[in-house]
Design a protein around this ligand. Structure first.
Ligand SMILES: Nc1ncnc2c1ncn2[C@@H]1O[C@H](COP(=O)(O)OP(=O)(O)OP(=O)(O)O)[C@@H](O)[C@H]1O
Length: 252
């Protein structure tokens, strides 16, 4: 991906070759500015790669589509709509021709229950916490029944405890639905806890996939029990070594 800037062409990412298995939870980690969001936006179809393509189920991705739902860091909810209405809007858009009104209502409620939001369904975004807003974003994305869930630092703006709760919810939902997830994170512990594989990106310009670390820890995973597992610490160490020894943070 080359961006054309006032100071000339800037190659942000190059030769990103990545295969993600159906149902896998894959994290992308790398220093700030290395190109993680750029890669995610290309997969989402929000950005067109200068060269190269994205294949989903063997078909080329061209532009955004409901088969790839995105959860952003800043929950992008419509403030004048309730929690229910924010999710319902997406459900109506995707399922207008395939589900009846009653089915769309039930499906919206189901996704709110899945994300533990049923009790807050009539509240507006200004009346709920940051963690709950983020859950609405996740409910809305899941309700679209995407083949791939794309998450750009979904827990980045949350305090540590809320973050832990939400990570547990996401693990539970992933175990239940088995959807494919591509998630950007800055958090090594989060990446190891949630992922089946961690993609380590090198620094830009022309950032690329430096290494893919398979996370072979048994599921379901428990964050406290994992701290007693040698394999967990080995995997953490491998990611940390890549980030802080082999890819030093670029000068700001
Ligand atoms: N539209 C654009 N025009 C010009 N340069 C861009 C554009 N979008 C991104 N870049 C540059 O491409 C590089 C990668 O940006 P990107 O946002 O993908 O990084 P990132 O790894 O997601 O960063 P962070 O972790 O800080 O969110 C950066 O150097 C950025 O300045």
């Amino acid at each position: 991906m080359t961006f054309h800037t006032p100071t000339g062409a800037y190659c942000a990412v190059e030769n990103v070759d990545l295969a993600v298995d159906r149902g896998a939870f894959v994290s992308i980690i790398g220093h700030s500015g290395c190109g993680k969001t750029t890669v995610l936006n290309i997969v989402a179809g929000l950005l067109e790669a200068t060269e190269g393509i994205v294949l989903l189920d063997g078909r080329e991705v061209r532009g955004p589509g409901p088969d790839r739902a995105v959860v952003f860091q800043n929950h992008s909810l419509l403030p004048w709509l309730t929690v229910y209405e924010n999710v319902r809007l997406a459900v109506d858009k995707v399922f207008r021709d395939r589900k009846t009104r009653a089915e769309r209502h039930e499906w919206t409620l189901y996704n709110l229950e899945l994300t533990h939001l049923a009790a807050a369904k009539d509240k507006r975004p200004s009346e709920i916490s940051g963690g709950m807003k983020q859950r609405v974003g996740i409910a809305r994305a899941l309700a679209m029944e995407p083949k791939v869930l794309l998450m750009d630092e979904p827990f980045g703006a949350l305090d540590a405890l809320t973050r832990a709760h939400l990570q547990d919810s996401v693990m539970e939902i992933h175990a239940r639905l088995g959807n494919t997830v591509l998630m950007i994170t800055h958090d090594v512990d989060e990446a190891v806890l949630l992922s089946d594989a961690i993609v380590l990106m090198t620094n830009g310009p022309a950032a690329t996939v430096g290494e893919v670390v398979p996370v072979d820890l048994a599921r379901p995973r428990d964050r406290v029990a994992l701290t007693a597992e040698a394999r967990y610490h080995q995997l953490r160490g491998r990611v940390l070594e890549f980030l802080y020894r082999r890819q030093m943070r670029p000068a700001a």
